[in-house]
Design a protein around this ligand. Sequence first.
Ligand code: FMN
Length: 196
Amino acid sequence: MKRFNLRNEILLQLVESAQDGIVVAEKEGEDTILVYVNPAFERLTGYSADEILYQDCRFLQGEETNLSAVQAIRHAINDEAPVRTILKNYRKDGSLFWNELSVTPFYDEVDQITYYIGIQKDVTTQVELSLELEAARETIERLNHKLSGANHCVHTRNSQLTLGGCNSVSASLPSTQVRIDAYLAKHSCHCVVAVA
Ligand SMILES: Cc1cc2nc3c(=O)[nH]c(=O)nc-3n(C[C@H](O)[C@H](O)[C@H](O)COP(=O)(O)O)c2cc1C
């Protein structure tokens, strides 16, 4: 495989201009402390490099951070193994974001220590959409169980929900629940729900 010989300063500029957070950490006792953060990490978290260098990244965690994800990261670091997970983090201003984090160890023969590269991607929009979709699916399933005397039908396609029967009606997800309730109340009818 042909390899281009990228100069080190070009590599650094690429990392500095990346859209996702990129950090480097090293072990210090129980902590992995930050020794480099790129500008995208500063933008994503609201912390400047000066404020957080030499600290462990767990300052981004809070009340709603999933413990299983944190545990997976801790085990991977202890095993010097790579890990990728999605967890809730908090910016300096307290606002929440979903962080798709990958951490990869690299043993440096020269310094004879293991460095860790962390890449942080803000996946808030994707995670929130998939949670809303999941909630809508659950609503549909609940209705499917609840309703009887079927004379109507619900289909979902391309994030659109359609109630068919005497009159058909469409609703954009995620306001599904409200629309279904209103429709059923108006027509005082029963319905069969099917997820396509
Ligand atoms: C390079 C690197 C980057 C990390 N980035 C984050 C991060 O963006 N958000 C986060 O919540 N934890 C991050 N962590 C994980 C924490 O620093 C810490 O390892 C994790 O909370 C598990 O350790 P603990 O159980 O002792 O807190 C990162 C770890 C490393 C090594």
